[in-house]
Design a binder for this molecule. Structure first.
Ligand code: SF4
Ligand code: SF4
Length: 169
């Protein structure tokens, strides 16, 4: 049978707990409403990669393979191709015809971003990549590539032949 002291100490404990709850209710909310609202990220957050374009819509990647060489999990696969005299895809001599990242192996270490000499590969804020099928975790260039600026299609069609080795970057 509880004594009067037990009842008083129980009531005091409940009052103390409710006091903390009420105090926290007055503080600003620091949690996100995800998935009902998009979460907020710090700028430095390392999410799904984005292959960037320059101001003309050309791909910044020049297929130098430095990101692939720096990757500790060997999850970047690139096939290079030459820009032609008629159609230029990137600002350099070559561009990545194939650029895959296998997100079943990527550890989001950022080494690829650090290694890239043209700032072509960056971390975006995408994070929703969970899947029961690992084959869907290989993201191809088409999925990674930033959208071309308005009014461009990401290919520079040239009326006159140029020396492609004169390209930017
Ligand atoms: S973030 Fe790290 S593991 Fe992922 S692709 Fe880049 S270098 Fe490789
Ligand atoms: S993303 Fe950067 S480092 Fe990787 S191949 Fe392209 S230009 Fe080279």
């Amino acid at each position: 049978m509880p004594t009067i002291n037990d009842i008083l100490s129980g009531a005091a404990a409940i009052a103390k707990g409710m006091g903390i709850t009420l105090k926290e209710m007055m503080n600003p909310v620091i949690t996100d409403d995800y998935p009902d609202a998009p979460p907020k990220f710090q700028e430095r957050y390392r999410g799904l990669h984005v292959l960037q374009r320059d101001e003309n819509g050309l791909e910044k990647c020049v297929a130098c393979f430095l990101c692939s060489a720096a990757c500790p999990t060997q999850c970047i696969y690139i096939e290079a191709a030459d820009n032609t005299e008629k159609v230029r895809i990137s600002g350099g001599e070559r561009y990545a015809e194939v650029y895959n990242i296998d997100y079943s192996r990527c550890i989001f270490c950022g080494y690829c971003v650090e290694a890239c000499p043209t700032d072509a590969i960056t971390h975006g804020h995408g994070f929703e990549l969970a899947s029961y099928n690992t084959s869907t975790l290989v993201y191809r260039k088409e999925k990674l590539l930033a959208a071309p600026p308005t009014g461009t299609d990401g290919k520079l069609k040239l009326d006159h032949p140029v020396n492609v080795s004169e390209g930017g970057h």
